[in-house]
Design a protein around this ligand. Structure first.
Ligand code: ZN
Length: 243
């Protein structure tokens, strides 16, 4: 099996953008997931008709460069460290913000809901429609529609500013706790089911995740969210101000 230090965009859940860097000195313009079907054809990103890890397909990390590399040449792969750290910070903050949001919204559930790893009803998983990791931040969009109401969630009189203030208070405590973060990797293959872990004062948090992360919550410096409610969409913008 060949290896690469580059993180490719996942076509199934495209949350964390591709790494930047160089391959044999050439800039890597993009890095995407590739899948090889029975006929040997390589399909890229959105053109892949199955979910990541589907049986019968071979999975690849595809590095896009402006000029082709000579076949057989040995090259160095170098990831832009600064950009990667900024994305890792954004991704770690994204998960912490989701857990904090679950905790703050917990008393709005009228029916039993599937709990997150800290035992709160998992609003994040029940309502999320998209998650985008950015350098030093993330944008998560949640749908507060009929289907969520049917599951037992009440968005009545939800004050985004008040919820954000409570989320930020929790986040400040978690950053101050200097909690260790690690990603559990069960196998070397691209499709291995990885899990993000964080040992918070509130308990051992875990979330399935294919992205990259920091190693301690204190590295985040400061994390804060801004919530906006527009129609039935709740948008959470998370920002990290690293020291
Ligand atoms: Zn993740």
């Amino acid at each position: 099996m060949s290896e690469t230090p580059f993180h490719p965009l996942d076509h199934t859940w495209p949350d964390q953008p591709a790494d930047r860097g160089t391959l044999g000195g050439r800039p890597v313009l993009d890095c995407v997931t590739g899948a090889v079907d029975d006929s040997g054809e390589i399909l890229l990103g959105p053109a892949i008709p199955v979910r990541r890890g589907a049986e019968g397909w071979e999975w690849l990390v595809v590095h896009v460069t402006a000029s082709p590399l000579p076949v057989g040449e040995e090259v160095d792969l170098e990831v832009d460290r600064e950009h990667r750290t900024a994305l890792s910070a954004g991704h770690t903050a994204c998960h912490l913000a989701a857990l904090a949001l679950n905790a703050v919204l917990a008393d709005r559930w009228r029916k039993e809901a599937r709990p997150d790893s800290l035992g709160n009803p998992d609003f994040d998983q029940a309502a999320i429609t998209s998650s985008r990791i950015e350098p030093h931040g993330s944008v998560d969009v949640y749908r507060l529609g009929k289907s969520l109401r049917k599951k037992g969630f009440s968005a009545e009189n939800l004050d985004p500013a008040q919820v954000a203030a409570q989320v930020n208070e929790l986040l400040a405590g978690w950053v101050a706790a200097d909690a260790p973060v690690h990603v559990q990797v069960p196998g070397p293959e691209l499709t291995a089911r990885r899990t993000w872990h964080c040992s918070l004062p509130d308990g051992e948090a875990s979330i399935p995740c294919g992205g990259t992360h920091l190693t301690r919550t204190s590295e985040l410096g400061r994390v804060s969210v801004v919530l906006t409610l527009d129609d039935a969409a709740l948008t959470m913008r998370t920002t990290v101000s690293m020291c």
